[in-house]
Design a protein around this ligand. Sequence first.
Ligand SMILES: [Zn+2]
Length: 467
Amino acid sequence: MAWFSRVPVVDVTKDNFKELWPTILVALKTATFVALDLELSGLGNRRNLNTPSVDDRYKSLAGVARSRAVLSMGLSCFKLNNIAEDGSLVLPFTTQTFNLTLLCSEEYVVEPISLKFLVDHGFDFNMQYSQGAPYHRGADKNGEVPQSVRQLFSELVCSRVPLILHNGLVDLVFLYQSFYTELPPTLGSFLADLSEMFPAGIFDTKCITDFHIRMPASYLEYVFRRSQRENAVHQTKQQPHVTLTFPPYPPHMVCVEYRDCCLPDNLLNTTQSTTVIPYCEQYAAHGTCPKGVLCPQSHDPDIIIDQEDWVKARKKRRRDRKKRKGNKSEEGEQDKAENPVSMETDDGRDVSNVEDTDSVSCDSQTHTDQSDGGNDNVVAKTRVGCHRAGFDAFMTGFAMATMVCKLGKLCREADPFTTRFQLEEFANKVYLSGKDFPLQIARSAFAKPSNHHKAKFQRLQHGGTSF
Ligand SMILES: [Zn+2]
Protein backbone atom coordinates (compact mmCIF):
# COMPACT_ATOMS: atom_id res chain seq x y z
CA MET A 1 0.00 0.00 0.00
CA ALA A 2 1.36 3.36 -0.99
CA TRP A 3 0.60 5.18 2.22
CA PHE A 4 3.25 7.64 3.25
CA SER A 5 4.96 6.60 6.44
CA ARG A 6 7.56 9.33 6.85
CA VAL A 7 7.79 12.94 5.78
CA PRO A 8 11.00 14.76 4.84
CA VAL A 9 11.43 18.13 6.55
CA VAL A 10 14.27 20.36 5.32
CA ASP A 11 15.98 22.19 8.19
CA VAL A 12 16.77 25.77 7.22
CA THR A 13 19.23 27.75 9.36
CA LYS A 14 21.35 30.86 8.90
CA ASP A 15 24.18 28.62 7.65
CA ASN A 16 22.32 27.05 4.73
CA PHE A 17 19.64 29.70 4.03
CA LYS A 18 21.39 31.06 0.92
CA GLU A 19 22.21 27.62 -0.38
CA LEU A 20 18.59 26.46 -0.02
CA TRP A 21 17.04 29.73 -1.19
CA PRO A 22 16.50 28.62 -4.85
CA THR A 23 14.92 25.32 -3.71
CA ILE A 24 12.53 27.07 -1.31
CA LEU A 25 11.64 29.66 -3.92
CA VAL A 26 10.81 27.10 -6.62
CA ALA A 27 8.68 25.11 -4.14
CA LEU A 28 6.82 28.29 -3.19
CA LYS A 29 6.31 29.59 -6.70
CA THR A 30 5.06 26.32 -8.13
CA ALA A 31 2.82 25.49 -5.16
CA THR A 32 -0.96 25.07 -5.49
CA PHE A 33 -1.23 26.10 -1.85
CA VAL A 34 1.16 26.78 1.01
CA ALA A 35 0.64 25.81 4.65
CA LEU A 36 2.37 27.74 7.41
CA ASP A 37 2.96 27.41 11.12
CA LEU A 38 4.92 29.39 13.72
CA GLU A 39 6.52 28.64 17.07
CA LEU A 40 6.50 31.70 19.32
CA SER A 41 8.31 32.89 22.43
CA GLY A 42 4.99 33.67 24.10
CA LEU A 43 1.33 34.54 23.68
CA GLY A 44 0.88 37.07 26.48
CA ASN A 45 -2.01 36.93 28.90
CA ARG A 46 -4.30 34.16 27.62
CA ARG A 47 -7.36 35.95 29.01
CA ASN A 48 -6.74 38.99 26.78
CA LEU A 49 -6.72 36.74 23.73
CA ASN A 50 -10.20 35.47 24.51
CA THR A 51 -12.02 38.67 25.43
CA PRO A 52 -15.56 38.86 24.02
CA SER A 53 -14.73 41.81 21.76
CA VAL A 54 -12.81 40.61 18.72
CA ASP A 55 -11.43 44.15 18.20
CA ASP A 56 -9.94 44.04 21.70
CA ARG A 57 -8.50 40.63 20.99
CA TYR A 58 -6.75 42.02 17.95
CA LYS A 59 -5.34 44.94 19.94
CA SER A 60 -3.90 42.65 22.64
CA LEU A 61 -2.54 40.29 20.04
CA ALA A 62 -0.87 43.15 18.17
CA GLY A 63 0.85 44.14 21.44
CA VAL A 64 1.99 40.56 21.91
CA ALA A 65 3.41 40.38 18.38
CA ARG A 66 5.35 43.64 18.96
CA SER A 67 7.00 42.27 22.11
CA ARG A 68 7.41 38.53 21.45
CA ALA A 69 9.42 36.68 18.80
CA VAL A 70 8.98 33.96 16.21
CA LEU A 71 11.35 31.10 17.07
CA SER A 72 10.69 28.99 14.01
CA MET A 73 8.52 28.94 10.92
CA GLY A 74 7.22 25.89 9.14
CA LEU A 75 6.44 26.12 5.44
CA SER A 76 4.87 23.25 3.56
CA CYS A 77 4.33 23.65 -0.19
CA PHE A 78 1.71 21.43 -1.85
CA LYS A 79 1.76 21.20 -5.62
CA LEU A 80 -1.18 19.47 -7.29
CA ASN A 81 -0.07 17.31 -10.22
CA ASN A 82 -2.25 16.25 -13.14
CA ILE A 83 -5.55 14.69 -12.14
CA ALA A 84 -6.43 11.52 -14.06
CA GLU A 85 -9.21 11.90 -16.61
CA ASP A 86 -10.80 8.55 -15.80
CA GLY A 87 -13.25 10.07 -13.35
CA SER A 88 -11.64 8.63 -10.21
CA LEU A 89 -11.00 11.56 -7.93
CA VAL A 90 -7.42 11.03 -6.84
CA LEU A 91 -5.55 14.21 -6.00
CA PRO A 92 -1.79 13.66 -6.48
CA PHE A 93 0.37 16.22 -4.67
CA THR A 94 4.11 16.79 -4.52
CA THR A 95 5.02 18.16 -1.12
CA GLN A 96 8.07 20.02 0.14
CA THR A 97 8.35 21.03 3.78
CA PHE A 98 10.82 23.44 5.36
CA ASN A 99 11.52 24.22 8.99
CA LEU A 100 13.17 27.63 9.38
CA THR A 101 14.94 28.28 12.66
CA LEU A 102 14.84 32.02 13.35
CA LEU A 103 16.40 34.44 15.79
CA CYS A 104 14.88 37.84 16.46
CA SER A 105 17.73 40.35 16.62
CA GLU A 106 15.77 42.75 18.83
CA GLU A 107 14.82 42.41 22.48
CA TYR A 108 11.87 40.16 23.08
CA VAL A 109 9.85 38.69 25.91
CA VAL A 110 10.18 34.99 26.61
CA GLU A 111 7.43 33.38 28.65
CA PRO A 112 8.37 30.51 30.94
CA ILE A 113 5.15 28.67 30.11
CA SER A 114 5.96 28.74 26.40
CA LEU A 115 9.54 27.66 27.00
CA LYS A 116 8.42 24.72 29.09
CA PHE A 117 5.99 23.65 26.40
CA LEU A 118 8.63 23.90 23.68
CA VAL A 119 11.31 22.10 25.70
CA ASP A 120 8.80 19.36 26.56
CA HIS A 121 8.15 19.01 22.85
CA GLY A 122 11.78 18.76 21.84
CA PHE A 123 12.55 22.33 20.78
CA ASP A 124 16.31 22.91 20.72
CA PHE A 125 17.14 26.35 22.13
CA ASN A 126 20.90 25.88 21.78
CA MET A 127 20.42 25.29 18.10
CA GLN A 128 18.12 28.30 17.86
CA TYR A 129 20.68 30.69 19.35
CA SER A 130 23.64 29.34 17.40
CA GLN A 131 21.98 28.76 14.02
CA GLY A 132 18.76 30.82 13.90
CA ALA A 133 18.45 33.05 10.82
CA PRO A 134 18.27 36.65 12.08
CA TYR A 135 15.27 38.90 11.43
CA HIS A 136 13.83 42.14 12.79
CA ARG A 137 10.22 43.16 13.35
CA GLY A 138 8.12 45.99 11.90
CA ALA A 139 8.68 48.04 8.75
CA ASP A 140 11.51 47.52 6.25
CA LYS A 141 14.82 49.20 7.10
CA ASN A 142 17.45 50.61 4.82
CA GLY A 143 19.90 47.93 3.80
CA GLU A 144 17.66 44.90 4.28
CA VAL A 145 19.42 41.56 3.97
CA PRO A 146 18.48 39.75 0.75
CA GLN A 147 17.45 36.09 0.89
CA SER A 148 16.03 36.45 4.37
CA VAL A 149 12.80 35.30 5.95
CA ARG A 150 11.44 38.81 5.32
CA GLN A 151 12.09 38.44 1.62
CA LEU A 152 10.62 34.95 1.70
CA PHE A 153 7.39 36.34 3.12
CA SER A 154 7.34 38.97 0.36
CA GLU A 155 7.74 36.15 -2.17
CA LEU A 156 4.78 34.40 -0.57
CA VAL A 157 2.65 37.53 -0.94
CA CYS A 158 3.75 38.00 -4.57
CA SER A 159 3.13 34.35 -5.45
CA ARG A 160 -0.63 34.83 -4.84
CA VAL A 161 -1.10 31.26 -3.63
CA PRO A 162 -3.79 30.28 -1.12
CA LEU A 163 -2.43 30.33 2.43
CA ILE A 164 -3.41 27.47 4.76
CA LEU A 165 -3.26 27.79 8.56
CA HIS A 166 -4.66 25.89 11.51
CA ASN A 167 -6.25 28.20 14.09
CA GLY A 168 -4.55 30.97 12.17
CA LEU A 169 -5.33 34.33 13.78
CA VAL A 170 -2.22 34.41 15.98
CA ASP A 171 -0.04 33.27 13.05
CA LEU A 172 -1.43 36.00 10.80
CA VAL A 173 -0.80 38.77 13.32
CA PHE A 174 2.77 37.52 13.97
CA LEU A 175 3.58 37.00 10.28
CA TYR A 176 2.48 40.54 9.53
CA GLN A 177 4.41 42.20 12.35
CA SER A 178 7.51 40.02 12.14
CA PHE A 179 8.12 39.74 8.40
CA TYR A 180 5.93 42.29 6.62
CA THR A 181 5.47 45.67 8.27
CA GLU A 182 4.09 47.52 11.30
CA LEU A 183 0.62 46.24 12.27
CA PRO A 184 -2.26 48.69 11.78
CA PRO A 185 -4.04 50.02 14.90
CA THR A 186 -7.43 48.50 14.08
CA LEU A 187 -8.73 45.04 13.21
CA GLY A 188 -10.67 46.48 10.26
CA SER A 189 -7.51 47.74 8.57
CA PHE A 190 -5.67 44.52 9.35
CA LEU A 191 -8.39 42.47 7.63
CA ALA A 192 -8.48 44.84 4.65
CA ASP A 193 -4.67 44.51 4.32
CA LEU A 194 -4.81 40.71 4.52
CA SER A 195 -7.46 40.45 1.83
CA GLU A 196 -5.13 42.33 -0.54
CA MET A 197 -2.04 40.40 0.51
CA PHE A 198 -3.68 36.99 -0.04
CA PRO A 199 -6.12 37.41 -2.94
CA ALA A 200 -6.25 33.63 -3.52
CA GLY A 201 -7.68 33.17 -0.04
CA ILE A 202 -6.68 32.20 3.48
CA PHE A 203 -8.01 28.82 4.67
CA ASP A 204 -8.14 27.77 8.31
CA THR A 205 -8.30 23.99 8.71
CA LYS A 206 -9.57 24.30 12.31
CA CYS A 207 -12.40 26.46 11.07
CA ILE A 208 -13.26 24.03 8.25
CA THR A 209 -13.17 21.12 10.70
CA ASP A 210 -15.48 22.81 13.19
CA PHE A 211 -17.99 24.21 10.70
CA HIS A 212 -18.00 21.68 7.85
CA ILE A 213 -16.54 18.33 8.92
CA ARG A 214 -17.77 16.43 11.93
CA MET A 215 -14.88 15.34 14.14
CA PRO A 216 -14.92 14.80 17.91
CA ALA A 217 -12.01 17.27 18.31
CA SER A 218 -10.26 19.84 16.13
CA TYR A 219 -6.69 20.33 17.38
CA LEU A 220 -4.07 19.89 14.70
CA GLU A 221 -2.52 16.55 15.65
CA TYR A 222 -5.99 15.00 15.88
CA VAL A 223 -7.33 16.48 12.65
CA PHE A 224 -4.19 15.33 10.83
CA ARG A 225 -4.29 11.79 12.16
CA ARG A 226 -7.99 11.35 11.46
CA SER A 227 -7.51 12.75 7.96
CA GLN A 228 -4.51 10.48 7.36
CA ARG A 229 -6.34 7.37 8.58
CA GLU A 230 -9.50 8.16 6.65
CA ASN A 231 -7.48 8.88 3.52
CA ALA A 232 -5.69 5.52 3.80
CA VAL A 233 -9.02 3.70 4.11
CA HIS A 234 -10.43 5.58 1.11
CA GLN A 235 -7.35 4.64 -0.87
CA THR A 236 -7.85 0.91 -0.23
CA LYS A 237 -11.54 1.23 -1.13
CA GLN A 238 -10.67 3.26 -4.25
CA GLN A 239 -12.73 6.19 -3.07
CA PRO A 240 -11.59 9.81 -3.61
CA HIS A 241 -8.28 10.32 -1.86
CA VAL A 242 -5.02 12.22 -1.79
CA THR A 243 -1.63 10.77 -2.74
CA LEU A 244 1.69 12.38 -1.82
CA THR A 245 5.10 12.26 -3.37
CA PHE A 246 8.19 13.85 -1.86
CA PRO A 247 11.22 15.01 -3.81
CA PRO A 248 14.01 12.40 -3.84
CA TYR A 249 16.46 14.34 -1.66
CA PRO A 250 20.01 13.07 -2.17
CA PRO A 251 21.43 11.23 0.86
CA HIS A 252 24.22 13.79 1.31
CA MET A 253 21.64 16.47 2.15
CA VAL A 254 22.16 16.27 5.89
CA CYS A 255 19.65 19.03 6.56
CA VAL A 256 16.77 16.71 5.59
CA GLU A 257 15.15 15.07 8.58
CA TYR A 258 12.55 12.36 8.16
CA ARG A 259 9.57 12.50 10.48
CA ASP A 260 7.92 9.19 11.08
CA CYS A 261 4.12 9.14 10.81
CA CYS A 262 3.43 5.48 10.13
CA LEU A 263 -0.18 4.37 10.44
CA PRO A 264 -0.95 1.58 12.89
CA ASP A 265 -0.75 -1.94 11.40
CA ASN A 266 -4.25 -2.82 12.51
CA LEU A 267 -5.91 0.12 10.75
CA LEU A 268 -7.84 -2.15 8.38
CA ASN A 269 -7.83 -5.22 10.56
CA THR A 270 -10.44 -4.38 13.16
CA THR A 271 -11.73 -7.92 13.64
CA GLN A 272 -9.52 -8.36 16.68
CA SER A 273 -10.85 -6.98 19.91
CA THR A 274 -9.61 -3.56 20.78
CA THR A 275 -6.98 -3.46 23.49
CA VAL A 276 -8.17 -1.21 26.22
CA ILE A 277 -5.55 1.45 26.90
CA PRO A 278 -6.46 4.33 29.18
CA TYR A 279 -6.28 7.65 27.43
CA CYS A 280 -6.36 11.20 28.73
CA GLU A 281 -9.82 12.68 28.19
CA GLN A 282 -8.58 16.21 28.65
CA TYR A 283 -6.00 15.71 25.92
CA ALA A 284 -8.41 13.82 23.68
CA ALA A 285 -10.83 16.76 23.66
CA HIS A 286 -8.47 19.73 23.51
CA GLY A 287 -4.97 18.57 22.54
CA THR A 288 -3.52 19.99 25.75
CA CYS A 289 -3.21 18.60 29.25
CA PRO A 290 -1.94 20.42 32.36
CA LYS A 291 0.12 17.36 33.32
CA GLY A 292 2.08 17.61 30.06
CA VAL A 293 4.58 14.82 29.48
CA LEU A 294 4.08 13.62 33.07
CA CYS A 295 0.48 12.63 32.40
CA PRO A 296 0.12 8.92 33.22
CA GLN A 297 -2.55 8.46 30.57
CA SER A 298 -2.05 8.16 26.87
CA HIS A 299 -2.01 11.23 24.62
CA ASP A 300 -1.47 9.03 21.54
CA PRO A 301 -3.97 10.15 18.89
CA ASP A 302 -4.27 6.59 17.48
CA ILE A 303 -5.29 5.19 20.85
CA ILE A 304 -7.73 8.07 21.31
CA ILE A 305 -9.25 7.67 17.84
CA ASP A 306 -9.46 3.86 18.10
CA GLN A 307 -11.29 4.00 21.40
CA GLU A 308 -13.57 6.85 20.38
CA ASP A 309 -14.59 4.89 17.29
CA TRP A 310 -14.99 1.75 19.32
CA VAL A 311 -17.31 3.43 21.82
CA LYS A 312 -19.27 5.03 19.00
CA ALA A 313 -19.61 1.70 17.20
CA ARG A 314 -20.77 0.03 20.40
CA LYS A 315 -23.46 2.66 20.89
CA LYS A 316 -24.61 2.20 17.30
CA ARG A 317 -24.67 -1.55 17.76
CA ARG A 318 -26.84 -1.19 20.83
CA ARG A 319 -29.16 1.22 19.01
CA ASP A 320 -29.46 -1.19 16.09
CA ARG A 321 -30.13 -4.09 18.43
CA LYS A 322 -32.92 -2.13 20.11
CA LYS A 323 -34.36 -1.25 16.72
CA ARG A 324 -34.25 -4.88 15.63
CA LYS A 325 -35.98 -5.99 18.81
CA GLY A 326 -38.72 -3.48 18.07
CA ASN A 327 -39.05 -4.77 14.51
CA LYS A 328 -39.12 -8.34 15.70
CA SER A 329 -42.03 -7.88 18.05
CA GLU A 330 -43.99 -5.85 15.52
CA GLU A 331 -43.31 -7.84 12.39
CA GLY A 332 -42.00 -11.10 13.75
CA GLU A 333 -38.99 -11.09 11.46
CA GLN A 334 -36.93 -13.59 13.36
CA ASP A 335 -33.91 -13.79 11.08
CA LYS A 336 -33.43 -10.06 10.73
CA ALA A 337 -31.65 -10.11 14.05
CA GLU A 338 -29.09 -12.53 12.65
CA ASN A 339 -28.02 -10.20 9.84
CA PRO A 340 -24.59 -8.79 10.44
CA VAL A 341 -24.70 -5.09 11.02
CA SER A 342 -22.01 -3.07 9.38
CA MET A 343 -20.61 -0.43 11.66
CA GLU A 344 -18.61 2.15 9.83
CA THR A 345 -16.45 4.44 11.87
CA ASP A 346 -15.66 8.03 11.00
CA ASP A 347 -12.74 6.94 8.87
CA GLY A 348 -14.84 4.34 7.09
CA ARG A 349 -13.52 1.20 8.83
CA ASP A 350 -15.98 -1.55 9.59
CA VAL A 351 -15.69 -2.40 13.27
CA SER A 352 -18.80 -4.59 13.50
CA ASN A 353 -16.71 -7.58 14.56
CA VAL A 354 -14.97 -5.79 17.39
CA GLU A 355 -15.64 -7.57 20.63
CA ASP A 356 -18.30 -5.94 22.72
CA THR A 357 -17.53 -5.74 26.41
CA ASP A 358 -18.40 -3.18 29.02
CA SER A 359 -14.87 -2.83 30.32
CA VAL A 360 -14.05 0.31 28.36
CA SER A 361 -14.76 3.53 30.11
CA CYS A 362 -13.72 6.97 29.00
CA ASP A 363 -13.63 8.09 32.59
CA SER A 364 -10.15 9.26 33.43
CA GLN A 365 -10.40 8.23 37.10
CA THR A 366 -11.19 4.59 36.38
CA HIS A 367 -7.95 3.91 34.60
CA THR A 368 -5.38 5.83 36.60
CA ASP A 369 -3.93 2.78 38.30
CA GLN A 370 -3.91 0.69 35.13
CA SER A 371 -1.24 2.70 33.38
CA ASP A 372 2.30 1.50 33.74
CA GLY A 373 5.77 2.70 32.90
CA GLY A 374 5.82 0.84 29.60
CA ASN A 375 2.89 2.81 28.36
CA ASP A 376 4.53 6.06 29.43
CA ASN A 377 7.53 5.34 27.28
CA VAL A 378 5.46 4.77 24.18
CA VAL A 379 3.57 7.97 24.78
CA ALA A 380 6.70 9.99 25.48
CA LYS A 381 8.29 8.71 22.29
CA THR A 382 5.38 9.77 20.12
CA ARG A 383 5.37 13.24 21.64
CA VAL A 384 8.98 14.26 21.26
CA GLY A 385 9.42 16.84 18.56
CA CYS A 386 5.72 16.79 17.75
CA HIS A 387 5.55 20.54 17.62
CA ARG A 388 8.25 21.25 15.17
CA ALA A 389 6.88 24.07 13.02
CA GLY A 390 7.78 22.29 9.79
CA PHE A 391 5.86 19.15 10.58
CA ASP A 392 2.92 21.18 11.91
CA ALA A 393 2.82 23.06 8.62
CA PHE A 394 2.89 19.73 6.77
CA MET A 395 0.03 18.35 8.92
CA THR A 396 -2.00 21.49 8.17
CA GLY A 397 -1.36 21.21 4.43
CA PHE A 398 -2.21 17.52 4.34
CA ALA A 399 -5.45 18.09 6.29
CA MET A 400 -6.34 20.76 3.73
CA ALA A 401 -5.63 18.40 0.82
CA THR A 402 -8.03 15.80 2.25
CA MET A 403 -10.63 18.52 2.88
CA VAL A 404 -10.41 19.55 -0.77
CA CYS A 405 -11.03 15.91 -1.66
CA LYS A 406 -14.01 15.73 0.66
CA LEU A 407 -15.66 19.14 0.22
CA GLY A 408 -14.45 20.35 -3.15
CA LYS A 409 -16.35 19.93 -6.41
CA LEU A 410 -13.94 19.64 -9.29
CA CYS A 411 -14.58 22.02 -12.11
CA ARG A 412 -11.98 20.90 -14.69
CA GLU A 413 -11.97 23.98 -16.87
CA ALA A 414 -11.41 26.52 -14.10
CA ASP A 415 -7.86 27.37 -13.23
CA PRO A 416 -7.22 29.01 -9.87
CA PHE A 417 -7.32 26.43 -7.11
CA THR A 418 -10.23 27.97 -5.18
CA THR A 419 -12.56 28.16 -8.19
CA ARG A 420 -11.34 24.88 -9.67
CA PHE A 421 -12.57 23.06 -6.55
CA GLN A 422 -15.35 25.53 -5.74
CA LEU A 423 -13.95 26.26 -2.29
CA GLU A 424 -15.15 29.86 -2.05
CA GLU A 425 -17.41 29.24 0.94
CA PHE A 426 -14.47 27.88 2.99
CA ALA A 427 -12.07 30.70 2.16
CA ASN A 428 -11.18 33.73 4.27
CA LYS A 429 -12.69 32.53 7.52
CA VAL A 430 -10.43 32.22 10.51
CA TYR A 431 -11.18 30.38 13.72
CA LEU A 432 -12.12 32.44 16.80
CA SER A 433 -11.89 30.58 20.10
CA GLY A 434 -15.05 30.71 22.17
CA LYS A 435 -17.19 32.01 19.29
CA ASP A 436 -19.65 30.12 17.15
CA PHE A 437 -18.74 32.17 14.10
CA PRO A 438 -15.44 32.64 12.26
CA LEU A 439 -13.57 35.87 11.67
CA GLN A 440 -14.21 36.98 8.09
CA ILE A 441 -11.15 38.23 6.23
CA ALA A 442 -12.51 40.93 3.93
CA ARG A 443 -12.39 44.62 3.36
CA SER A 444 -15.41 46.20 5.01
CA ALA A 445 -17.04 49.43 3.90
CA PHE A 446 -15.82 51.08 7.11
CA ALA A 447 -12.16 50.13 7.06
CA LYS A 448 -9.36 51.20 4.78
CA PRO A 449 -6.09 49.38 4.17
CA SER A 450 -3.30 50.78 6.34
CA ASN A 451 -0.66 53.19 5.02
CA HIS A 452 2.25 50.93 5.98
CA HIS A 453 0.67 48.11 3.98
CA LYS A 454 -0.16 50.33 1.01
CA ALA A 455 3.43 51.54 0.73
CA LYS A 456 4.92 48.05 1.09
CA PHE A 457 2.37 46.36 -1.18
CA GLN A 458 2.92 48.92 -3.91
CA ARG A 459 6.66 48.44 -3.70
CA LEU A 460 6.23 44.66 -3.98
CA GLN A 461 3.98 45.00 -7.01
CA HIS A 462 6.29 47.33 -8.87
CA GLY A 463 9.80 46.76 -7.64
CA GLY A 464 9.59 43.04 -6.87
CA THR A 465 10.61 41.37 -3.66
CA SER A 466 14.35 42.00 -3.49
CA PHE A 467 15.68 44.82 -1.38
ZN1 LIG B 1 -3.11 14.05 30.02
